[in-house]
Design a protein around this ligand. Structure first.
Ligand SMILES: Cc1cc2nc3c(=O)[nH]c(=O)nc-3n(C[C@H](O)[C@H](O)[C@H](O)COP(=O)(O)OP(=O)(O)OC[C@H]3O[C@@H](n4cnc5c(N)ncnc54)[C@H](O)[C@@H]3O)c2cc1C
Length: 290
């Protein structure tokens, strides 16, 4: 099916994109890589009157170290995140996650900003962004905001972004030297989307235990979450197999698991616990805590 008719504007800067969003109001949508928006426009699930193309704004392409953090511009593609030497060295969890998104064509066109703004329940990045405790930086008419990942994902396809804001970059604190990481995913075989995806960061305390652990989960529920009970059960302890298995069984407590044609709620819960266990053990091995 073809999309409904729409007008097309191209923004040359973030400020121009914000002005265009204000001018066109509710009928306007930003487009970056187009790999989430255009498919839903073709299905007529979205019918924007005006598309504002932000895909050629140079300031959204930057990847840089800044004040103990790595800042990744919104237009950075999944392929760039997978292959950028700086990102791989500093936040390998994000590089590994990007490598698991869709197929090569999707990774070449899709952007991290578009993926986070779209907030598909089955998207991969939310798990990694939550485990990294990253911040999402937005700019709108009132200026810039730095939104912690935990406050960004609100519901299915719903984020803390305001309609007149542009997501400009993602900032992650540089994890401790020698940290461990893992992204584990059960992919839908047709699309590649995550039926369940689990991202983990583990930091060793130098004494054989973990001083910090952060676990982000995507796919299982309408919105991605931090598995706080699992983290609390392991923080400050040795990551032995039995303790990890017991903590992983806490991962879906209080979560309303999705139940759809891709998997029942019970199946998703079992997969989530299994992948959480696997991800923590892999991260622990990389932090030499296994
Ligand atoms: C066949 C296929 C398979 C896929 N498989 C996976 C997968 O396995 N895992 C996965 O995570 N994703 C998957 N995706 C989605 C893919 O990752 C998209 O690239 C991504 O979700 C959207 O990025 P985009 O740049 O294409 O955004 P667009 O489609 O251009 O935009 C998506 C939404 O975000 C908004 N937006 C875009 N950029 C910004 C910005 N900077 N600020 C504010 N709002 C913005 C747009 O207005 C729109 O509402 C798949 C897509 C396809 C088509």
């Amino acid at each position: 099916m073809n999309p409904s008719q729409f007008a097309y504007e191209r923004a040359e800067s973030v400020d121009e994109a914000i002005t265009l969003l204000q001018e066109h109001g509710d009928g306007a949508k930003l487009v970056a890589g187009g790999h989430s928006l255009l498919p839903i426009m073709k299905l007529r699930l979205a019918e924007p009157e005006t598309l504002i193309d932000i895909g050629r704004i140079p300031e959204l392409r930057d990847v840089r170290r800044d004040d103990g953090e790595i800042a990744i511009g919104a237009l950075t593609t999944h392929h760039q995140i997978e292959t950028d030497a700086q990102i791989r060295a500093v936040v390998p969890l994000l590089a590994d996650t990007a490598a698991r998104v869709g197929d090569r064509q999707v990774r070449n066109r899709g952007t991290i900003g578009g993926a986070l703004a779209h907030a598909d329940a089955a998207a991969d990045y939310p798990a990694a962004i939550l485990a990294l405790d990253a911040k999402i930086v937005t700019r709108g008419p009132q200026g810039e905001r730095r939104i912690p990942a935990r406050e960004f994902f609100l519901d299915f396809l719903t984020t803390a972004l305001q309609p007149d804001e542009v997501l400009i970059e993602v900032r992650a604190s540089v994890p401790a030297e020698g940290h461990g990481w893992s992204y584990q995913k059960l992919a839908n075989q047709a699309s590649g989307y995550a039926i369940v995806g689990v991202g983990v960061i583990v930091v060793a305390d130098g004494d054989g235990a973990c001083s910090d652990i952060r676990v982000g989960v995507t796919g299982t529920a309408a919105v991605a979450w931090r598995a706080e009970a699992t983290e609390a059960a392991l923080r400050g302890h040795r990551l032995e197999t039995g303790a990890v298995a017991a903590a992983a069984d806490l991962v879906d407590g209080g979560i309303d698991a999705l139940d759809d044609l891709h998997g029942s709620a019970g199946y998703r819960r079992r997969v989530t616990r299994g992948l959480t266990r696997r991800a923590i053990l892999e991260a622990a091995g990389r932090a030499r805590l296994g």
